[in-house]
Design a protein around this ligand. Structure first.
Ligand code: SF4
Length: 65
C-alpha cells in the first residue's frame, strides 16, 4: 500500500500538489498543505507521483508500506 507523506514545515503553499492531485491534497487557511487521505490507491498513484515531483520545496513523498 502506498502512503502519502507531507513535510508541513517545508511546505510553502505553492499548491502545485493540489493541481496535480486534488483528491489527495488541499491547502488550509494558513497556506499549508493538508492530506485529504494517506492511503493511495493504484489509480491515484501516478497523480500523486506527479504532485511529489511538482512540489518546489520537495515537501511531499510516497512510501510503500
Ligand atoms: S506543492 Fe509543495 S509547497 Fe506547494 S502546497 Fe504542495 S506541498 Fe506545499
Amino acid at each position: 500500500m502506498a502512503v502519502a507523506k507531507a513535510d508541513f514545515e517545508a511546505c510553502q503553499g505553492y499548491a502545485n500538489c493540489v493541481m496535480a492531485a486534488p483528491t489527495v491534497y488541499d491547502i488550509d487557511d494558513d497556506g499549508t498543505v493538508v492530506l485529504l487521505k494517506e492511503q493511495i490507491s493504484e489509480e491515484e498513484r501516478s497523480k500523486v507521483e506527479e504532485a511529489v515531483k511538482s512540489c518546489p520545496v520537495s515537501a511531499l513523498s510516497i512510501e510503500d508500506e
